[in-house]
Ligand binder design. Structure first.
Ligand code: 2U9
Length: 360
């Protein structure tokens, strides 16, 4: 067939000189497309006699394959060259040091919870935990808070939803961690020494109150536990927690449904230029509530009040954290702004100062 060598020369040269994929595609269409030169030549085969057709057909197929192969090879060469170009402009120095990442800090409430549990652990108290959604019985009845008792309203309780027609008392978001100790008494019986730290919920919201806050409560039951033991335990706790040797506590008679007698506990302190000093001065600051566990409460926990007695106490962790670290409002707890937390001495977890205690 005439002209095949010329065609071959023209296309192979064109392909080899093509500068991009678009030029290659143009050449492919011109040679192999429906109306391309090779395709037109294919059509001429119909008018040839069989011998000529066989020879010309083979030659045309070879040419088609050669052009095809040249197109593929050039396409991949162009892609390689484009990648080389990109790699030259988009290089990356993998030996550069990494950018420092902002580190979080331990939350003041977690820090103080750990401090308090460690102090009570040294005095033989185990940590107990329980559900945050409680039955009405565990949160109120077991704690000697009867259905009509005003404390149910005072606690500003969040009640869980009940389906219409379900008249059972609704579950509640626990208003104190006391149900945990009822459960601990039921499970382990007496004697027992536990503390229960955790989240509690009351419908209360202002500058110094949040609807979720943290309490830690303690319970010690034995055959002859007295308020003298309570006083010693709380004094030991305050000495360790506030890191002051001379602490003085004042027990003021009070009332809680779950303890009898009950006492609110104040600590001697002074305020010097807005700075709280524990253990000196002529001021008193309330830090916790306490008392001897009410016999009804012991019975609800499955403990016989004729054989056993014990003390209990409760305190707000958030408030103690604010007092100890001089944090004036709740923003440090909720916004978790690192600058704010660092200002009050809560350093990043990876900083060496944390291993040896907080740098203040
Ligand atoms: C059981 C029996 C008795 C725990 C107690 C208080 C007194 C108390 C408040 C302190 C600050 C709550 O966070 S706060 O508002 N708590 O005054 N709590 S006695 O008494 C118990 C607990 C469990 C079985």
């Amino acid at each position: 067939m005439d002209g095949l060598d010329a065609l071959k020369g023209k296309y192979l040269e064109g392909i080899s000189g093509a500068g991009d994929e678009a030029a290659l595609e143009e050449l492919r269409v011109a040679a192999l497309g429906k109306k391309g030169e090779i395709s037109l030549k294919m059509r001429e085969l119909g008018q040839m006699d069989p011998a000529q057709r066989q020879e010309a057909g083979q030659a045309l197929n070879r040419l088609k394959d050669e052009i095809d192969a040249a197109l593929k090879a050039k396409k991949s060469a162009l892609a390689d060259a484009a990648l080389d170009e990109r790699l030259k402009s988009e290089w990356l120095d993998v030996t550069l040091p990494g950018r420092p990442r902002r580190q979080g800090t331990i939350h003041p409430v977690s820090q103080v919870t750990e401090e308090i549990t460690a102090i009570f652990a040294d005095m033989g108290f185990a940590v107990a935990e329980g559900p945050q959604i409680e039955s009405d019985w565990y949160n109120f009845d077991a704690l000697n808070i009867a259905p009509e008792h005003p404390a149910r309203q005072e606690h500003d309780t969040f009640f869980m939803h009940r389906a219409t027609g379900d008249n059972r008392p609704p579950h509640v978001l626990r208003t104190h961690t006391s149900p945990v100790q009822i459960r601990a008494m039921q499970t382990h019986g007496a004697p027992i020494r536990v503390i229960a730290p955790g989240r509690v919920y009351r419908m209360d919201m202002d500058q110094t109150h949040a609807p979720m806050f943290h309490q830690i409560e303690g319970l010690a039951i034995d055959r002859d536990i007295s308020m003298a033991n309570l006083k010693w335990v709380l004094e030991e706790f305050c000495r360790a927690f506030f890191e002051v040797d001379d602490v003085e506590l004042r027990f003021r008679a009070s009332h809680f449904p779950f303890t009898e007698p009950s006492a609110e506990v104040d600590i001697r302190c002074s305020w010097d230029k807005g700075q709280l000093k524990i253990g000196e001065g002529d001021g008193w600051m309330e830090i916790l509530g306490s008392g001897m566990v009410h016999p009804h409460v012991l019975r609800a926990g499955g403990v016989d009040p004729d054989e056993w007695q014990g003390f209990a106490f409760g305190m707000g962790i958030d408030r103690l954290a604010m007092l100890k670290y001089g944090i004036p409002d709740l923003r440090a707890f909720f916004e978790s702004d690192l600058r704010w937390l660092r200002h009050y001495g809560f350093t990043s977890l990876d900083m060496p100062t944390v291993a040896g205690g907080l740098s203040r």
